[in-house]
Design a binder for this molecule. Sequence first.
Ligand SMILES: Nc1ncnc2c1ncn2[C@@H]1O[C@H](COP(=O)(O)OP(=O)(O)OP(=O)(O)O)[C@@H](O)[C@H]1O
Ligand SMILES: [Mg+2]
Length: 511
Amino acid sequence: MTVETEAQARKPSSTKAPLLRMQGIVKSFPGVKALRGVSLELHAGHVMAIVGENGAGKSSLVKTLSGAYEPDEGDIEIDGQPLARGTNAAIDAGVAVIYQELSLINDMTVAENLFLGRMPARNGFVRQREAHAMAREALARVGLDNVPPWMRLGDLPLNKRQLVEVAKAIARDARILVMDEPTAALQSHDIENLYAVVRRLREAGMGIIFISHHLEEVFELADSAVVMRDGATVGARPMSEWTEAELVQAMVARNLESFYPWEPRDYGDVVLDVRDLASAPILRNASFTVRAGEIVGIAGIAGAGRTELLKTIFGALPATHGEIAVRGRKVTNHSPTEGVRHGLVYTSEDRKLEGLVLDASIEENVALSSLKALASGGFVSRARKRKLAQDASTRFGVRASSVLQITGTLSGGNQQKVILGRATATNPAVIMLDEPTRGIDVGAKTEIYAHMVKMARAGAAVIMVSSELPELLGMSDRVLVMYRGSIVTEIARDKADSETVIQWATTGAGA
Ligand SMILES: Nc1ncnc2c1ncn2[C@@H]1O[C@H](COP(=O)(O)OP(=O)(O)OP(=O)(O)O)[C@@H](O)[C@H]1O
Ligand SMILES: [Mg+2]
């Protein structure tokens, strides 16, 4: 299938080969056909979005382009020239891919990351000054003028590390830039910044492929969109010919019922009681309670302390002040292990920090952490483990050949579902979800929402942090708003509209 972009429509007589042509790409893994003959064309100066549900094959397609996967069938051409196999050939041909999980190395400097394995060198000595000058130039092009090239990468915040990935592509003279869910971990301000960078690169003639689950950004940024489903392209049109409803329809091929399955519930006793909780230097003082059966949303802008609040309650950050009680019993959580023992679970916004063991199976991953809570030294049978993992997988609709599939080979969204399944495997009293639907497709989101409701109905106290305001408002019984490390207000569901929440979140006060 050919992607007709607006530029092509304007210049129908052009016979110039497209910047990139992928033709009939087939790729199988044991038990799944990830790609069933995918074709697409990308032109210079264009942004093409690829959308589709978790496991549709988006990342696999990109990996055949980058040379990370060798396709079973099909051809890839750049400027009409066949692309040789392997990752180095792809890099030399000007292909740069930014994967879902950042590939940078935290313990190296920014410059070393930019030129990974290709630092300018003479007689075996790296030419620092030259490397730093080149690094500065690439950094400036992504708006990171203020980042010193000798800085340790890990000392940069996540949003800047993302831009370093883009700078790395520029430093390598990439002509085709592929971004696999680049904004998944970014806040709105950084997303705007990334958009601006992408637009500049498009202007300069780069061809850009952009994978995203956020349709509003697809409409804002892309010139055309390709929809993938079950390893095939099921639609490719210029953006002007897609409506959001049509895109969603093409992705899921079924009608979504009510998107937020929220409904009123009865509450039980107070399960979580937090008093004057602080964790220097960010979290200042937080007091709130959550009852059994409640879903409480926490809103706030980046840096307001939402994640710090959850982590402090969980025991992943030290409390410098205040008290936490679970079911009326005072707890001091010095570590996440203690938190789990007290019936708390927390799923992090940063998938990498979740401690998913990527080269272990789903079963091992689920069993690993759950068993600590379940077994406490005792023996747990193989069958019990299997059952635990299977329940966790079905609960969130993990798409895998079986629970024995290696976690690292799951699609990104499915890894996220494993995290959620694992966290809830032990029927915790308090479930704290930090950006739970990040990287999750629209269909799977509703499954996760439905499960939040189910957990609440079963008597859990559910707390959700989300930067997606519609989801926060759609799923919460009440919303706590944080501002500069404090909870500044609590808004009941029927009073919680986006204007009110944004007002509090950005100023710390009501209108
Ligand atoms: N190395 C691998 N080994 C086995 N199966 C794999 C491998 N890589 C991908 N798959 C499978 O191929 C299918 C497509 O996965 P892919 O990662 O391409 O999906 P995706 O569209 O990027 O999804 P997401 O939106 O969740 O990131 C999935 O069923 C996945 O489990
Ligand atoms: Mg993917």
